[in-house]
Design a protein around this ligand. Sequence first.
Ligand code: SAM
Length: 253
Amino acid sequence: MRFDVLTLFPESMDRLLSESIIGRARDAGFIQIETINIRDYTENKHKKVDDYPYGGGTGMVMTPQPIYSAWQAVMQPLAHLEKKPYTVYMSPQGNVLNQVTAMHLAEKENLIILCGHYEGVDERILEEIVDEEISIGDYVLTGGELPAMVLIDCVSRLVPGVLPSPDAYSEETHYSGLIEYPQYTRPDVFMERNVPDILLSGHHEHIKKWRFLQMLERTKKKRPDMFERYDANNPLAVLEAYGLLPKKKNRKK
Ligand code: SAM
């Protein structure tokens, strides 16, 4: 899977996206992440990428031309692909990101991510190029780079090959609609607190059952809202019923 990130601050992303699991997945070729500096595409002789908002008000707005040119530069070599690249704009106004959104996005082959700054981007660029707006939560950040990194990280974990096996994420919090069971490692006693005996028993079936009960219990306690929505037979249907599946916006193409 390939991510192309349109940003004014490519350097701010490079470090985190080169470390640990994501860095190794890039090196091994399971994912590809390119950052594109929007400023390189401005036709303005002063390299300006923002301007005052029409109608007045505080702050600056990112102008459409450099974003559109940067997007086209990414799109053109991919235009022949059967599966059209999907363009998302990181925005506090978008659908709030959850595990189901991540699962849907992990099925794309090419994801183009637009990061805003200042007061955001000119509305016409959203109408012209964006398939979906995604928020990482109901608060406002300075720019779209942190949200884009959050999105890339959680989507990449679901791309085949990035984690050692699907088990590595399918038992994790949110994947099945439940919170994960408690994790322990050495030593078996710490500050007079013992690792539960069952985990030292070597009895895999009992451990599996215990862990599942822990998932139910912990979800009920820590996230009663999730517990109420949980349907053991069909977690995706429950997420859909509660409006947690991502909605696709109608965009002019
Ligand atoms: N004026 C905009 C509004 O009120 O909706 C907020 C602009 S914000 C200061 C600048 C940029 O940060 C946005 O264009 C977006 O790319 C990014 N951003 C801020 N909060 C975000 C969030 N919760 N999720 C995703 N992106 C966010």
